[in-house]
Design a protein around this ligand. Structure first.
Ligand SMILES: Cc1cc2nc3c(=O)[nH]c(=O)nc-3n(C[C@H](O)[C@H](O)[C@H](O)COP(=O)(O)OP(=O)(O)OC[C@H]3O[C@@H](n4cnc5c(N)ncnc54)[C@H](O)[C@@H]3O)c2cc1C
Length: 567
């Protein structure tokens, strides 16, 4: 039976994504599909596998001394320090598949020694100084939606939770069209504030433009330091394209970067902070671009193509058309299209037969969805030109329904993972960036590796595109092997990443490196570049207190990689 309730301080309460009360139970159609294609049995459905229902109770007291704790209390006040087992475990885990499976197994994982909630930048400066002096690891903590083992406290230390106090919006500057904000604010509160900032210049308020699928449970600071991408990034850009200025506290001192529109004053240092994943310092303030909020101008289009080649050609030509960009543009490959249409009840029905007669056959056809926003006239032009390109490549126009559904349900999909894992179904994602000329071979070779495993599904979409290339987002689904949940997963994950590396993909496009992708970074980026990153780390954080233990491959190499594959 599906797990409907769990104790407040159970492992389940930590491993469960998002709103404790929200679930996304698989539909009857999906269950039938899983039974047929993945050998899921009634017993698998009846008996949740490793549900993690026990209450967290660890016999692992903090290793910080009383003197250290009282020094921290002097900085932030006793009320801003948490030492309970539950909060220490919660602050030691993100939402990678690995984290979740370790929680399900109720495994002995590395644990932070304390959670500290700074009230402002002065507190952060004092804590960084204290940790540097005492050589205590310090791990900045936002929404904990990391899917790359970015929060794993390999050497214990302090989790610096920025979400309790450091979530103030400091200034909206309408003249410069920018907002200055603290890092610990979650997506919905940030967006709502901007939407309600209505003035004669922006009668409908403003929007932040960044909407990752984790939007509701991730923070502005986390977005910036992981180089995140939102669902509308094709139009608005990735988060690092939106950063204008920032303040960053490092063991070496505060880095301040002013919000000049552009400079020619040496390399752009903002790019050292974006992507630093807590390993160089703590982001305490950021100034970002904003846009007018005009949801009434949002407009949708979608096409079905006969095959992947036609879909990719249309996607590329839209991106290279030089007429402006759709905000959302997403091409699903044949397997993802097939599963999406199966869930909607289309496969095997009258509509399916109609499409098949026209040459849009299940297993080959591909769905492209797009939307535009902002200025109405610009949106109209982009849609008109995009649709003309869709038709040129034999696309069958499906109108707006599918895209509207995507917009409405985009934050609900992650809730499905718990139910699938309860049924012994592994489901995870890997995303990579590549150039257009390399896309077909990368896509085909990675699929081969995923599909080589029995009972596996490999869905893929390109949802963040650029003039010179795109991102491929692979969703791989297979069976959990009871008793070998961790190594089996790590081997599969590693085979997929090896295939990406061998076929010219980057180890990540927007999830970041963390500890998960770290073993692939040096081969990808090259030794000289990696040495430069290590030199920056050594300069800003000479005692290696900032998120140590492998983050972005900075403080380990070779054999030690294995440490991150241990259960
Ligand atoms: C269901 C789901 C869907 C997702 N969808 C997307 C998506 O569509 N697009 C996308 O880009 N990502 C996505 N992610 C990944 C994740 O949400 C992003 O990486 C996000 O940017 C992390 O933000 P966070 O606030 O949760 O940070 P955390 O997970 O708390 O931290 C992530 C890393 O940043 C560091 N950090 C956090 N705050 C600071 C700070 N102020 N200063 C310095 N370092 C800091 C941490 O130490 C850690 O290394 C998804 C994750 C999940 C679980």
């Amino acid at each position: 039976m599906p797990v409907k309730s769990f104790a407040k301080h159970s492992y389940r309460s930590i491993l469960k994504w998002g709103d404790p009360a929200q679930t996304n139970e698989p539909s009857k159609r999906l269950i039938e599909y899983l039974k047929e294609h993945m050998a899921v049995s009634d017993e698998d459905i009846r008996t949740p596998h490793l549900p993690g229902l026990d209450e967290v109770s660890l016999d692992r007291p903090t290793t910080l001394s009383k003197k250290d704790i009282s020094a921290l209390e002097k900085i932030v006040g006793a009320e801003n320090i948490e030492l309970s087992d539950y909060e220490r475990l919660r602050h030691s885990m993100g939402y990678s598949y690995y984290d979740v499976i370790m929680l399900r197994k109720q495994a002995d994982v590395p644990l932070v020694d304390a959670v500290v909630y700074p009230r402002d930048e002065d507190d952060v400066v004092a804590i960084v100084k204290f940790c540097d002096k005492r050589r205590i690891p310090l791990i900045p903590f936002g929404g904990r939606s990391s899917v790359s083992r970015g929060l794993e406290p390999i050497h214990g230390g302090i989790s610096l939770d920025l979400t309790r106090h450091m979530k103030r919006i400091k200034n909206v500057n309408e003249t410069n069209k920018s907002v200055t904000v603290e890092p610990g604010i979650f997506g919905p509160e940030y967006e709502e504030y901007l939407n309600n900032y209505k003035t004669p210049l922006a009668p409908g308020g403003y929007s932040n433009g960044h909407f990752p699928q984790s939007f509701e449970y991730s923070t502005v600071g986390g977005w910036v330091v992981t180089c995140g991408a939102g669902g509308l990034s094709t139009g608005y850009g990735k988060i690092e394209d939106m950063v204008l200025g920032l303040r960053f506290v490092t063991p070496k001192g505060i880095m301040e970067i002013k919000d000049y529109p552009r400079t020619a004053t040496g390399p752009d240092l903002r790019r050292i902070v974006a992507g630093s994943e807590g390993a160089f310092g703590v982001l305490t303030e950021v100034t970002l671009k904003i846009w007018q909020f005009r949801p009434e101008n949002r407009s949708y289009f979608s096409f079905l193509f006969k095959n992947m080649d036609d879909g990719v050609r249309a996607l590329r030509e839209i991106m290279q058309g030089e007429f402006g960009l759709p905000h959302m543009l997403r091409l699903s490959d044949p397997e993802e299209t097939s599963i999406a249409l199966m869930i909607e009840g289309i496969n095997g029905g009258v509509i399916d037969k109609f499409f098949a007669r026209l040459g849009y056959v299940d297993g080959r056809r591909c769905l492209l969805m797009g939307s535009t926003e902002g200025d109405k006239d610009a949106g109209r032009l982009i849609k008109k030109k995009s649709k003309a390109i869709g038709r040129k490549y034999g696309g069958f126009s499906l109108g707006s329904i599918a895209v509207k559904g995507w917009h409405k349900h985009r934050y609900a999909d992650p809730y499905l993972r718990e139910n699938l894992m309860d049924m012994k179904v592994m489901t995870d994602t890997i995303e990579t960036a590549t150039t257009w000329d390399n896309l077909p071979s990368l896509w085909a070779e990675v699929r081969k590796v995923v599909k080589a495993r029995p009972h596996s599904i490999c869905m893929c979409h390109a949802s963040h595109s650029y003039e010179n290339g795109t991102m491929l987002y692979f969703i791989f689904i297979s069976r959990i092997i009871p008793g070998d949940e961790v190594h089996d997963y790590l081997d599969y994950h590693s085979d997929i990443l090896n295939a990406i590396a061998a076929n010219g993909g980057s180890p990540s496009h927007h999830h970041g490196v963390g500890r998960m992708m770290a073993p692939w970074l040096e081969n990808f980026t090259g030794k000289a570049n990696m040495d430069l990153l290590r030199a920056i780390k050594k300069h800003l954080d000479p005692k290696n207190i900032m998120n140590p233990g492998g983050t972005i491959a900075l403080d380990y190499s070779g054999e030690k990689n294995k440490a991150f594959r241990a259960d």
